[in-house]
Design a protein around this ligand. Sequence first.
Ligand SMILES: [Zn+2]
Length: 254
Amino acid sequence: MNLEVELLTDLCGLPAEPPKMRELCNQCQRPKSVCYCSSIPNPPLCPKSRIILLQHPAEEKRCLRTAPMLELGLSEGKCLIFKGKRFPGIHSGLEEILKDPSTLLLYPSPSAIDISSVVKEQTLVKSYNLVILDGTWPQAKAIYTASPILHDLKQIKLLNNNTSNYIIRTQPADGCLSTLETGALCLSILEQNEMFSEKLLQPLKLMCEFQLRNGAVSHQSKEFLIKNNSYPKLIGKRLNKVLKNAESLKYDIT
Ligand SMILES: [Zn+2]
């Protein structure tokens, strides 16, 4: 038998292996090798206030999402997620929450006040519904514009000078935080207890460690890279301007 035929025969004899599916964790839905569940607070934390995430549908498609980390780290009912582009929409119970006087909206409008001062001025209200628009900044703005019910809510902003821990995904501007970081920091302030952000941020820290260990580049924000002229030149003039103007914007953009 000639050598070529012999080789082909051998190849044909190899078992056709079905593509192996990577086993996923039932809880976080991530491959088991990069599951973050061991770092989720156990038992889940139970703050007096609760987080209401109004999530843009596109947010769910991101590969590294932090909203589930927040949801898993808090007891049932303390982090509610509603998906849509306009609210209240058809979600039962949401309209009542959005009309509740103890509901706050995290939105960096000119009239928004610092979240810390809300706590100081209203000592009688012990629990809040904190509404966070979960999406990129343009998506959050679109949700706000399309949802008049949000316009009457008391608007607050989170003043935060820390660079995001979420270094895997390039942040659009310094000071921008992931959904998890935003929720965790707000809760710490509302509950006046730093334990909330310390414990809730653990899975994010673990994820960053996983990624860095596996060779992901630690991204600095686009804003930082532009300032230091190390951002790829492909960026358009318009986006460049937007990012440069974004310095004062302290908002959840992930
Ligand atoms: Zn898991």
